[in-house]
Design a protein around this ligand. Structure first.
Ligand code: NAD
Ligand code: TDX
Length: 352
């Protein structure tokens, strides 16, 4: 995927630290960089929590200029030493606790990783000095929409879940680092991602995995909550554009104008797999469930010369095929921890 930008980049990374590069979006981003930016040195820094999977990045081992380091973003001194030793000039920060339902079950880890972790990373970067820091954030910080309108960069922050509140906290700490220290941070806020290597706790891989096994598909509430879907490779390209072309202190919304009610996504998956709709179970709603997200990404398209390229039709067909062909990857994830989480989140919802 080459990048036909109209204007030259403002910043050319030479050595980049990517946090959370063993997770879903981070691993797709690292893969994009190794393909599109030969010559860039890349350090993938990841704690390998339940969501980080070495199998998602096994193909990257041994690639020229690529180094994986297992570590926690909360370890400020260790990160500072790594930044210094490797002469890192750019940080792209994906590492986070990312699942809303888990944040409802237990919020403290979200504050530790997303809020404290982001400040620790900023502290390390401030000590050493870097030229760019991209904070990868989410449209969920804006809260929930009614039937009309879209989130712009000026929409007030009104996060509704412990997850989105912790991401909003991190965004505000990044904003403060820019305002106080002139630290060159760029914030991106993207809509819901789908694609390969997504942990099967999120809607699309969960439904594909369960439908393949002829298991019940738990749809929250009336199934009419709306999400705005973007392929992970389009998001990854936008984050790269933000690192190279974003203006420090600015926020860029990222999205692909692709709104779907959840139930329609579930029906589409069932149709594609040739499975019956009788697998659908409407279950108790997620507490505080945001009704609708929709993102206005005009600023990113204009200022970053970026646009999504993968149509939903093509992207979802490729994604379903990928999960079908990667049963080994999926089964590596179905551990005791996964089963325990599934039981905790869904058992009481099923008794609706
Ligand atoms: P993910 O849960 O798949 O991956 C998170 C990664 O971070 C994992 O590899 C995990 O091991 C690592 N990590 C967690 N805590 C860490 C710590 N303390 N130190 C170092 N590494 C740690 O998440 P994702 O879906 O790939 O999301 C990546 C980022 O993008 C997150 O910041 C998320 O808020 C944001 N985002 C996600 C979406 C989406 O639809 N998934 C949309 C918009 C923004
Ligand atoms: O079993 C389910 N049944 C169901 O109906 C699950 C897991 C989800 N849902 C619904 C809830 C949401 O309306 O599907 C929709 C999507 O749910 P998730 O995949 O959990 O995503 P969401 O809560 O929208 O948050 C995601 O998008 C923004 C990511 O997890 C975040 O990391 C990102 O910031």
């Amino acid at each position: 995927m080459s990048q036909p930008f109209a204007d030259p980049p403002r910043h050319t990374p030479r050595c980049m630290l990517v946090t959370g590069g063993a997770g879903f979006i981070g691993s797709n981003f690292v893969r994009l960089l190794l393909r599109e930016r030969p010559g860039l040195r890349l350090i993938n820094y990841d704690a390998l929590t339940y969501a980080g999977n070495l199998r998602s990045i096994a193909d990257l081992d041994g690639h020229d200029g690529y180094l994986f380091v297992r570590g926690d973003i909360c370890e400020t001194e260790r990160v500072a030493a790594l930044l210094r030793e490797q002469r890192v000039d750019t940080i792209v920060h994906f590492a986070a606790e990312s699942h809303v339902d888990r944040s409802i079950l237990a919020g403290a880890e979200f504050v530790r990783t997303n809020v404290v972790g982001t400040q620790s990373l900023l502290d390390a970067a401030l000590q050493v000095g870097v030229e760019r820091f991209v904070q990868v954030s989410t449209d969920e910080v804006y809260g929930s929409l009614g039937p009309e309108g879209r989130f712009t960069e000026e929409t007030p922050l009104q996060p509704n879940s412990p997850y989105s509140a912790s991401k909003a906290g991190a965004d505000l700490l990044c904003r403060a680092a820019f305002h106080t220290h002139g630290f060159p941070v760029v914030i991106t806020r993207c809509s819901n991602n789908y694609g390969p290597y997504q942990f099967p706790e999120k809607l699309i891989p969960l439904m594909i995995m369960r439908a393949l096994a002829d298991e019940a598909l738990p749809v929250y509430g009336d199934g009419m909550n709306v999400r705005d879907w973007i392929h992970v490779e389009d998001h990854a390209a936008a984050v790269l554009a933000a690192a190279e072309r974003g203006r420090p202190g600015e926020v860029y919304n990222i999205g692909a104008d692709n709104e779907w009610p959840n139930i329609e996504i579930v029906r589409l998956i069932l149709r594609s797999l040739g499975k019956p709709e009788s697998l659908i179970r409407f279950v108790k709603d997620r507490p505080g469930h945001d009704r609708r997200y929709a993102i206005d990404s005009a600023k990113a398209r204009r200022e970053l010369s970026w646009a999504p390229r993968i149509s939903f039709e093509e992207g979802i067909a490729r994604t379903i095929a990928w999960y079908r062909e990667h049963g080994d990857w999926l089964s590596s994830i179905i551990t005791g921890e996964y089963r325990e989480y599934y039981e905790k989140n869904y058992a009481h919802k099923m008794q609706a």
